[in-house]
Structures are given as structure tokens and as C-alpha cells.
Design a binder for this molecule. Structure first.
Ligand code: ZN
Length: 654
């Protein structure tokens, strides 16, 4: 840090953190990174000089778990220069803010920072409170809204984000005696409050929101809850892969299906159809939700509705944005289906869940607004301007999407060895990676990978378990694109020592288990109709048998042959199927534990190191080699024309 914060000022920053988190943890005030807070402090620079500064939430941080370091420090006096500036483009504004920052190692401040700079009080809080926007997203006049709050708030009309909002806000607060007010309501946007202490600003915030709630609840008390009919659950799970396929024609999507009583309750309301073109609760949501959602009276209608939605999005895009930016994915992010609840779709699970939360809050706000007045949101043009906001577009271009984002891939035997390494790699590539294993360690592994990983424990040779696992996957994420058939059982025995019991165990896992997983996944992929990829981890024993491996090699030969049938019958649906033959992968491999490796080397009269590198390339073959081949096999631009084949990963057999 190139400045220090005196101890007494640090206490104020701690207070700032505390009430910021209180705001961030109330979903009726802000959602997922929304809202922002600030505090004005004096810091000491390297020359020992005390400087007034503004600490404001950095962009990209989340109030619910914000820390002291997440507040970006700006030179307060430099920020005041903005009062004299008439106009700044978004890019100029970003450059201006960079110039005001005290430490360039920090993230940029939230672009709403000017609201915080122009209010002179020490603490400022800004939220997008549901009950407040419910009152402003109506035809009520500013005066009528002011009256609801007994004149304690200043109401200003909607202005799109950026410096014009800052200037408009400045003019509005400069034209009144601000000390007479407790807060400013920005129509179709949210609430700003301030105070000399964190407590004071927070209390005012809660009071105004409480008044808004009391007012709204006079005419409305929440969406009537309705439980989904039981048979509809099964019906919809059967339909989900098809739906995912329809929504993934341009980019693969992860689906979140919400059939909570509130989502179902909303879906059966008359307003659910009426509000489909209204827009979300606040403009910042438009980037994810789009202005319109898709509404369908039943499952049968959805396909036509999706086509109509895409056509209308494309024509609106042409009309409002034209050549300025590349078009976003034109498919709906939100679908409301009467009696079934709500479906959201995005390129990652996290995004799909955020959109779900934004949708539910928007439903509440729209219904609430409709009960206190006539619904009004910002214009269609403003909606598109917001969805294609230049700063957001610049960010999109900078942050490259992970190549396999939106894919859903399953790895069997993922708790250790090659399976685990591949599981981790898939998640790194953006695949929603589902690791399965018979070992409960799989949950620990999934947790250690993070957001992109999901763990399931089942025995691949038990048909019912596999069926219910696929049902769970479809219900949670919508479908499946990739299967890495990796789980296997190996117990070497000389031919004459093989017991039937042990042979059956090999066949059960390596042949039948692999078949069951393949069959269930194939059905889902066929329904989706967007292709898919199977990768079978077989063994060099199939092409080049090793002594003592009869049970293993013959059972794996079943899997190798099965792959050819998957390629044959899956080709017309774009489903590819290939075999990989890794050999002598020692690292993290159970097969070579307990002296097996040492014995093998010894029996050949060579060192362990020589044994490991006993291939044409004289290299040790690593689990990473296998994982990278699997990742490449998924990629359509690399192996999109390859199916029904076998790839050795063995350094070249001597
Ligand atoms: Zn805001």
C-alpha cells in the first residue's frame, strides 16, 4: 500500500464494512454484487501528508462478504473536479476515475461512485431495494411518491447509468436543502441514504424501505404460493433435455429449473403472461435477464415460442443497437411455464442461478408495482442501451469466455488417478464437471475443485443408481454433453487362477457398468439433439494383451467394441465416440501401488525409472497427458470430425 490509514480512521472503515455486509445480506435490498457503499476518510500518503479520500466499493466485489481491501481509495479533492465537468463519455469517465485512484493495484471503483462523492456526508449507502423500486416502477408521479414517505425523500427520474446520471443527481441535490431529506429515490433504480455514522445512514435506509414495504403491503402481500402437481415434476424432467437442446442451438447452456411454490404461484397468474415484455425490476439486471422473458401456456408450445422469441430479439437488436456491437445470444434467459414454474439458462450454473434470483425478485416487484399503480418501466430503447452498455461490452471483450463453458461433462471413477486429473481439467476448461465414484471421497474432491464441479456417489453397475443419478443431473442442470467412461476394476490373475466370481466382477464394472452409463447418457444426448462426446478409457491390453490381464483385457474389450456402436448409432445425432488407450500411468494410480511397480521393474532387470520410461519416446506418461487428450476430444474444432477411433497415450509401444 502506498498510503496508510490512521487507526481512528480504520475504525470507521470497519464500521463501513459491518453495515455494508448487513445491506448485502438482505436480498430485499440488493442481489449478487448489486448496490454500493462508501466512507470518507483521511489517509496518510508516503510523504506523511494527510489527504482527504473517498473509499467506495470496488466494481466486482459483493457487499455481502465485502472486506476493507474491497473499498477502492480515491483522492476526494480530485473527485470534486467532476462537479465542474459538463460531459464525459463512459470511457473518459473510466479514465478520469483511474486518475483519481490512490493505488492502482486496487480494482476500479463502482461507476456509481459520483453519487457518493457528491454527497458531503461521511457515509453513503445505495441499494436497489425491492419495495422502493416497486413504488417507482409505476405511473405514480414524483409528488405522489414523495407523499408516501411524508416528504422525507427526494425523488428523481430515471437517467441511464454513467456520468449523465451523476450530473443529473448533482443538479437535483444542489437545488434543494439536502439536510431536509433522509434519502434520494432514483426512479426505476433504487435508494441512496447518508449519515455522519454508518449506523445513521443504515438506519435511514431501513426506515425508508420499511415505509415502502408498509405502503406496498396495503394492497399486496406476496405471490400466492402454489405447489407443483406431482406428475408435472416427472413430465418436466423428461422434457428438460429437449428444452436444453432448443436453448443451446447457438451456445450450450446450463439450466436451472425453479419449481418452488413461489415460482409456480407466479407462473399461474394472469400477469405472468402480461409482464413478459415489461422488463426486470432494475435496469442493471438487463445485462443478464434481457428485457423480455418467454412465457408458455404449456410444454407443447415452447418450441414455437422460442423461435418467435429469437426472431423478435434479432429484429429489436437491429433496431436499437444495429452495427455497434455483436449481438448477444438471442435465446431467452428466462422462461415461465404455466403450472411448471421458472427455467433460467446461462453459460454457467452460477449465472443461471443469479438469473433465477433476479427473475424471482422481478416478479415480486412487477406484481407489487401493479398493485399500487400501473406498471411502468424504462423504454424499450433504454432497455437495449442498458443491455449493450459500452462499459459492459468492453468488459465482455476483455474477459475471454472459457472455451467449454456451457458444456456438462461426467467422469466416472473421478475420486482418484486419471479420473480425478481429468475431472479437474474439465472444470478448468469451463465444463460443468460431474465427478462420480463409488468412493465417498468424491464429495471432497468436488468441493476442492469449486464452482464448476459437482460430485455424485454411485455404483455404475447398478442400473437403478445410474438411472437416478442421470435424473438428478437432468433436473439440476438440464442434460449432458460429455461422458468420460473411466471407472474400472483391475485384479491381475494368471488364466488358470481366475475365479468366475472375480471374472464376473470385472465384467460387471468394466463392461456392464460402462454400458449402463453409456445407455442412459445416450438417451439424454439424443433428446437434446445438439451432439455430444463419449470417451472410453480402455487399455492397451485390448490391442496388445499383457500376461495376467485376461479378466481386465476381455472386459475392457467389451467397452472398446461398445464405443464403435455408439459412434455408429450416434453419428446421425452428432454424437461422437472414441477410445483412449493410456498405458503405464504411474502417478496417482492405485494399480501400481503396493510394490507392483517395483516387482515389474525387478522382473525385467531394470530400474523403476527405466521401467517408467520404457517406451519409444523415453518419457513418463502422465495423467495430464490423458486429461488433455480428453479435453481435446471434446472440442469440435479439434476432433469434431473424429469418431469411432482409438488413440493410444503410451509414449509409443516398443
Ligand atoms: Zn445502482
Amino acid at each position: 500500500m502506498i498510503f496508510s490509514i490512521p487507526e481512528e480512521e480504520q475504525l470507521l472503515l470497519k464500521e463501513r464494512v459491518r453495515t455494508s455486509r448487513l445491506i448485502g445480506r438482505d436480498e430485499n435490498l440488493v442481489l449478487h454484487g448489486g448496490g454500493n457503499t462508501s466512507v470518507k476518510l483521511r489517509i496518510v500518503n508516503l510523504a506523511g501528508k494527510s489527504i482527504p479520500s473517498l473509499f467506495v466499493k470496488s466494481s466486482g466485489s459483493d457487499l455481502s462478504n465485502i472486506e476493507m481491501k474491497d473499498f477502492t481509495a480515491l483522492k476526494a479533492d480530485d473527485m470534486q473536479i467532476a462537479r465542474e465537468i459538463e460531459k464525459m463519455s463512459d470511457l473518459e469517465m473510466v479514465a478520469f476515475l483511474k486518475g483519481c485512484m490512490l493505488d492502482h493495484e486496487q480494482s476500479s471503483p463502482s461507476v456509481e461512485v459520483f453519487l457518493h462523492a457528491f454527497i458531503r456526508s461521511r457515509f453513503v449507502d445505495h441499494s436497489h431495494a425491492d419495495y422502493v423500486v416497486a413504488i417507482t416502477n409505476t405511473n405514480l408521479t414524483d409528488e405522489e411518491i414523495t407523499k408516501i414517505f411524508s416528504g422525507r425523500v427526494l425523488v428523481i427520474p430515471y437517467v441511464s447509468p454513467g456520468f449523465q446520471l451523476a450530473k443529473f443527481f448533482l443538479k437535483a441535490i444542489d437545488s434543494v436543502d439536502l439536510s431536509k431529506y433522509e434519502g434520494v429515490i432514483l426512479r426505476n433504480h433504487g435508494l441512496v441514504t447518508w449519515g455522519d455514522t454508518a449506523e445513521e445512514s443504515y438506519d435511514k435506509h431501513l426506515r425508508i424501505v420499511k415505509d415502502a414495504e408498509t405502503y406496498v403491503k396495503k394492497s399486496w402481500n406476496g405471490i400466492n404460493l402454489q405447489k407443483i402437481e406431482e406428475e408435472k415434476v416427472d413430465q418436466f424432467i423428461d422434457f428438460l433435455p429437449k428444452l436444453r437442446g432448443m436453448l443451446s442451438r447457438k451456445n450450450r447452456k446450463i439450466i436451472t429449473w425453479d419449481h418452488s411454490p413461489e415460482a409456480v404461484g407466479y407462473s399461474v397468474l394472469e400477469e405472468a403472461k402480461k409482464f413478459r415484455t415489461l422488463g426486470p425490476a432494475t435496469p442493471d439486471m438487463l445485462i443478464r435477464t434481457k428485457k423480455n422473458y418467454l412465457y408458455a401456456e404449456g410444454i407443447g408450445e415452447i418450441e414455437n415460442e422460442i423461435d418467435a422469441f429469437v426472431r423478435s430479439y434479432e429484429s429489436d437488436f437491429k433496431k436499437f443497437i444495429g452495427e455497434r456491437y455483436p449481438m448477444h445470444d438471442p435465446y431467452p434467459s428466462i422462461i415461465v411455464i404455466k403450472g411448471y414454474g421458472l427455467v433460467t439458462a446461462a453459460s454457467s450454473k452460477k449465472e443461471a442461478d443469479i438469473i433465477r434470483d433476479e427473475a424471482i425478485h422481478s416478479f415480486r416487484v412487477s406484481i407489487a408495482a401493479g398493485s399500487v399503480g400501473d406498471n411502468r418501466f424504462i423504454s424499450e430503447k433504454e432497455c437495449y442501451e442498458m443491455e449493450y452498455w459500452p462499459l459492459q461490452e468492453a468488459k465482455l471483450r476483455k474477459t475471454a469466455k472459457k472455451e467449454l463453458e456451457g458444456y456438462i461433462g461426467l467422469v466416472t471413477g473421478a475420486a482418484s488417478g486419471i479420473g480425478k486429473t481429468t475431472y479437474v481439467r474439465l472444470a478448468e476448461e469451463g465444463v460443468l464437471a460431474i465427478g462420480t465414484d463409488i468412493d465417498e471421497k468424491i464429495f471432497e474432491v468436488a468441493k476442492s475443485i469449486g464452482d464448476y464441479a459437482y460430485g455424485l456417489r454411485f455404483d455404475i453397475s447398478v442400473e437403478d443408481s445410474v438411472k437416478s443419478a442421470f435424473r438428478e443431473i437432468v433436473e439440476k442442470f438440464g442434460g449432458i454433453d460429455v461422458i468420460f467412461n473411466n471407472a474400472g476394476y483391475l485384479h491381475p490373475s494368471k488364466l488358470e487362477d481366475i475365479t468366475l466370481e472375480d471374472l464376473k466382477k470385472h465384467i460387471n464394472v468394466n463392461a456392464i457398468g460402462t454400458f449402463i452409463v453409456t445407455k442412459e447418457a445416450f438417451k439424454v444426448m439424443k433428446e437434446q439433439n445438439i451432439g455430444g462426446s463419449f470417451i472410453f478409457n480402455v487399455t492397451k491390453n485390448v490391442t496388445n494383451p499383457g500376461e495376467g490381464m485376461a479378466s481386465y483385457g476381455t472386459s475392457k474389450a467389451f467397452a472398446a467394441q461398445l464405443s464403435k456402436y455408439v459412434a455408429l448409432e450416434g453419428g446421425k445425432y452428432g454424437i461422437r465416440s472414441n477410445v483412449i488407450n493410456p498405458d503405464k500411468i504411474f502417478r496417482e494410480s492405485k494399480i501400481w501401488e503396493d510394490g507392483v511397480l517395483e516387482n515389474r521393474a525387478k522382473s525385467k532387470g531394470i530400474s523403476i525409472e527405466e521401467y517408467k520410461r520404457g517406451n519409444l519416446l523415453h518419457i513418463e506418461v502422465l495423467p495430464e497427458h490423458v486429461a488433455n487428450v480428453v479435453v481435446s476430444l471434446i472440442k469440435e474444432n479439434i476432433f469434431g470430425a473424429t469418431t469411432g477411433t482409438m488413440i493410444p497415450i503410451d509414449g509409443g509401444i516398443k
